[in-house]
Ligand binder design. Sequence first.
Ligand code: ADP
Ligand code: MG
Length: 494
Amino acid sequence: MSATALSLSGRTLGAGELQRIKEKGKQWAVLHAVVMRPQNDPSSKSHVEYAPMTLFPSPLPRGVLAEAKALQPYFNRLIHQVAHDHEYLWHCLHNVVKVDDYTRRLWDIYTTVRKEGSAQPLSLGLIRNDFMLDVKSSCCEIQGMPQCLELRQIEINTIASSFAGLASGIWKVHRFTMAQAGIECKPEQIPVNAPAEGIAKGLLSAWEHYGNQSASVLFVTMEVERNAVDQWWLESQLFSLSHNVCVRYTTLQYAYEHATLTDDKRLLLDDGNEIAVIYYRDGYAPTHYHSEKEWDVRLMFERSKAIKCPSVHLQLAGCKKVQQELATPGAVERFIKDREVCNGIRNTFAGQYTLDQGPEGDANANMAINDPSHYVLKPQREGGGNNIYGDEIAEMLQKMGSTEERSAYILMERIFPWPQNNHLLKEGKPCDLLEVISELGIYGVYLGSAEEELVNEEVGHLLRTKAHTDNEGGIVAGFATIDSPLIVEAPCVK
Ligand code: ADP
Ligand code: MG
């Protein structure tokens, strides 16, 4: 029995009862499409299994969720404006592109298309902004609730933000497991959450703005995709909104053979199917580009008049280096004039430090070498499993010394989130009661050009929970599980 649930309910469950709820929970996950391709057979075209998930929802103070959601439209606008500010992007990334080949190749595509003149002024952002709740060491606990939780941004994802589908189903599973356990909670404590619908609306808006009823939305996916059903969720929501939109799927490799660009920059797939919107669920890591062919396709797509989600400059704006630069004094203020909004955004920033060559970078590197457990070392990568923690930080920084290689990384203050107890259900793994920590994601949709904002919305949330002992997150990576918030009151949350 989860100690969390225990403290809310005041009752304990026997081992048999707990086992029954676990089995029912798995059934409800399948029933509500909280599923993935099997871990041991991710290339299967016909099998799925319940996704890694918590047995019960995890407590989240009402004020924290409300604050994160209220800030999301401002974060959406901020990142969109950063993406459209060439001078600022260069200011952030000029040292990174010297040493990080992947970022440089994206930069080259961006500047090539910029010089030619972009065929499509609109860019679609389907964003997920990730946070942890930092517990300050000075905190006291009252009735198991820390009294100074602080919302801290971990990163903002501008490409292939996933799990909106599974997040749209898990709250139904958790309402059921809580009821099965006889734990009283009001339905609104496990709120309705429909980010897949919100994201589908974003895709639909982009498709409508493209302005050709017979053009399709193209999902660019991997050949082997464990999280395929999460993508089907979006397709299904899009179908519910409009039967007129055709969704096609491609890999970058397939597009190399089967996609063409017309003289007027229309993107065609197979036998002349025009593409209105390109939605990337691939291409966000160097390993996704097996040869020059995938890079050629990325350039062709960027040149096209299809609306990209994201356009390459929005992907660049999501780099960790940009996040670190935005945390320097005056940076947010370059884009947002309202002081209260600036402060709201800034209050969620953890300490972030440049590692560029020079005295400041040297001092920051030394600070981490002397106290590595309080930092995370981050390269310009997405998708989990790339960050460096603990003593390895000191080793890496010492090895790099003050070479320019160091500017491929940024240093971030390590967040120590509020620990809870929960059961993590993972196929083939023991499901004991563990100390766990959670990461809150907020989904945002933004459609606009450099001058005009057409759509700007917050569309839902995701909670991911992992064992306290795991550094990295990532559900597909095998660490985290999908969760939902159990809304609790916390009067003194900062
Ligand atoms: P990625 O783009 O690879 O997902 P993230 O910045 O989101 O990179 O980091 C991956 C995971 O590492 C996060 O989901 C979180 O669990 C952990 N993490 C990242 N930054 C911090 C931090 N500052 N403090 C504690 N944990 C962190
Ligand atoms: Mg992440």
